[in-house]
Design a protein around this ligand. Structure first.
Ligand code: AKB
Length: 314
């Protein structure tokens, strides 16, 4: 039985993905790769290392007979603006290494793109699958180049690589990374610990968002779809809900009366303003049957109660 390798396994997507895969696979069928194995909460095989180290990647792939890689390791939008060179090396350089190894070892690969692949010149509402891709952030540049690289490896070497343009993802099992849509996770920490939060985006900044369970279900469904159903080898538009900070605040207030949010937009506002407000994901829905389950109300309730329990158990 070929095993699954998950890089970036302790990030927002990685954590929930490994837990979901764990329900389908035996613990010795999943291998995680991360900088640190200190918090090995998954009870799977864990390897330590840097995704930029191709020799180590190859060693792990050979040692564990890897057949599928979920290559999730990466810097988010804000972190990438702080360290553009590092972002290039990790977000794009490591993808190239994984794709080269995919050619050599016939691996199936998942790689996450993002709504950050779009830029200020893209249509903002119901952004189409095929449209202008002129991002103005390093993260977005990495995502567009990465999407094209995936498609290139599919055409030239028949690598079965699949990808989704993740919207802002919201989950509570692991702390948020250094991104822009992550205000939507930080806000719950503020609500639960202080009943207040200062938002770094303007109150009417509408962005495409998704509860993590939907993202994980969609990712696993895409990877399980037969090849003939995959017509997009760059990256699929992937949508669920969209909302602004003030709409999220209204929902949180229903669970935490008296919750106060003020707004101090900073440099992250510019990043958010360059992204779409809503996504047309009809191609994913048609091709491989994507559908989401969580609306804003349901997501808010699960996030609030889940994070509250997690914090109180610490
Ligand atoms: C970010 O805000 O950087 C990410 C993303 C939308 O890809 N959450």
């Amino acid at each position: 039985m070929k095993k699954i390798l998950v890089t970036g396994a302790y990030g927002l997507v990685g954590t929930d993905l490994v837990l979901a895969l764990r329900k389908k696979c035996k613990k010795n069928e999943i291998v995680t790769l991360s900088h640190s194995t200190i918090h090995n909460q998954f009870d799977v095989i864990s390897e330590k290392g840097d995704v930029r180290d191709e020799k180590n990647l190859e060693k792990i792939i050979k040692k564990h007979h890897i057949g599928t890689v979920y290559h999730l390791a990466g810097l988010l939008s804000v972190a990438s603006e702080k360290s553009p060179n590092l972002a290039w090396e990790i977000n794009l350089g490591s993808l190239k290494k994984v794709l080269d190894l995919a050619v050599k070892y016939k691996l199936k690969v998942f790689w996450p793109s993002s709504i950050a692949a779009f830029g200020p010149t893209t249509k903002k509402n119901n952004t189409p699958q095929h449209t202008v891709l002129e991002p103005t952030t390093m993260y977005g540049v990495n995502k567009v180049a990465g999407e094209l690289l995936c498609q290139y490896y599919f055409i030239k070497y028949q690598v079965d690589v699949r990808s989704l343009r993740y919207p802002g993802l919201i989950g509570y099992k692991t702390p948020p990374g250094d991104g822009t849509t992550e205000y939507s996770v930080h806000i719950f920490y503020g609500a639960i610990s202080d009943n207040k939060y200062t938002c770094f985006l303007k109150k009417d900044t509408r962005l495409p968002m998704m509860y993590i369970d939907d993202a994980i279900n969609g990712t696993i469904k895409l990877m399980g779809a037969s090849s003939e159903r995959i017509s997009i080898r760059t990256s699929y538009n992937f949508g669920a809900i969209n909302f602004s900070p003030e709409e999220l605040v209204e929902q949180i207030k229903k669970l935490s009366p008296g919750f106060k949010c003020d707004y101090k937009p900073d440099q992250r506002q510019k990043i958010a303003d360059s992204w779409p407000k809503s996504i047309d994901d009809s191609q994913a829905r048609r091709d491989w049957g994507w559908s989401h389950q969580y609306d804003l109300k349901k997501m808010t309730k699960i996030m609030f109660n889940g994070l509250k329990l997690k914090i109180s158990n610490k």
